[in-house]
Write a protein that binds this ligand. Structure first.
Ligand code: MG
Length: 335
């Protein structure tokens, strides 16, 4: 029964997880939270990760009730993500693998999300909506690849929400998206925003510019409230995501949809996706914040699948890459 240790640190979350044969034994995580109105810069984020990663490693082993000898493989996020945070975590993974004399595995972050979602929900072959601060993709498995059916052509949906939160000076604790979701529940007026679906792809940067403009103007005149804008932004961008997911499901004849990524724990998005699935006679699968927000166990789980299938990452290839597409990986562990 191999146990895999996973390191994740591609953005502002740092996590260390342990997975053994489909069981998450530990999954501690810390988030780098910055002041309202600001985002997180790569250098500062890497400094945060370096300061807490060894404590997290100890915490994960203690929680799992394991020692270094019980670990069979060290998995880490190779990419995609921000360069400095990725590098700061990879260096620790590489060092630990050498100190403990364990094999190393570089994992695609997006595939970590998919494998974690499949493990936790039991979805067999879902059409995946992967939505986060850095990624927006509709993915379906075929012939040993996770194929991208649709994606954002500019910024990620979570980035659009995060940057709007900065305009309104909404708190980043626990996350800007969570606070937008709470404010949106109190929104009453739907402000019309651009709806930008282009074939199977979506675009968010124009919507962001538009609502930034609207926010200044309509808030000043009292025509709408910050809550109305949060509500309108969510309704618009989530409808776009539901539309392209439904089109991919229709194309694949899919009866399962799975939402992964940090935006995936938004209950309004889950509600809208569930309504679409119900109308198609399909099932929606989603996870809560422990597993859909970036975490170490998702890297351990994808690593576990890869380890079992015989993958290994030699030290000479154990670097990081900021750009690493979901469909670059040959998925040898699925039929
Ligand atoms: Mg992610």
């Amino acid at each position: 029964m191999p146990a895999v240790l996973g390191f994740e640190g591609s953005a502002n979350k740092i996590g260390v997880g342990v997975v053994r044969d489909g069981t998450v034994l530990a999954n501690p995580r810390r988030t780098y939270v910055t002041a309202p109105g600001t985002g997180f810069l790569p250098g500062d984020t890497a400094r945060h990760h370096r300061a807490v990663i060894l404590d997290l490693l100890q915490e994960a082993l203690t929680e799992a009730g394991l020692t270094s000898q019980d670990i069979d493989c060290i998995a880490y996020t190779k990419g995609p993500g921000m360069g400095a945070p990725l590098a700061s975590v990879a260096v620790v993974a590489r060092t630990v693998a050498q100190l403990w004399n364990k094999p190393l595995l570089g994992v695609n972050h997006c595939i970590g999300h998919i494998e974690m979602g499949r493990l936790i929900t039991g979805a067999m072959n879902p059409t995946v909506l992967y939505v986060s601060g850095g990624n927006t993709q509709v993915i379906s498995y075929s012939e040993h690849r996770y194929r991208i059916f649709g994606e954002t052509i500019d910024i990620a949906v979570g980035n659009c929400l995060d940057r709007f939160a900065r305009v309104l000076k909404i708190s980043n604790d626990p996350s800007p998206g969570y606070n937008i979701e709470q404010m949106a529940k109190r929104g009453k007026k739907l402000v019309e925003l651009p709806y930008t679906v282009k074939g199977m792809d979506v675009s968010f940067s124009g919507i962001l510019s538009f609502i930034e403009d609207v926010a200044q103007r309509m808030l000043a005149t009292g025509e709408c409230t910050p809550e109305d804008l949060c509500f309108s932004l969510q309704e618009t961008v989530f409808a776009m995501l539901v539309e392209i997911t439904e089109r991919a499901m229709a194309h694949c004849g899919s009866k399962e949809a799975l939402i992964v990524g940090g935006v995936g724990c938004n209950t309004r998005l889950q509600e809208m996706m569930a309504a679409m699935c119900q109308e198609r006679g399909a099932r929606l699968f989603a996870t809560d914040e422990r597993f859909c927000i970036d975490n170490g166990a998702m890297i351990a789980q994808a690593g576990w699948e890869m380890f079992q299938a015989g993958h290994r990452t030699p030290l000479t290839e154990s670097g990081i890459t900021q750009r690493y597409r979901t469909d670059e990986v040959e998925v040898t562990w699925r039929d």
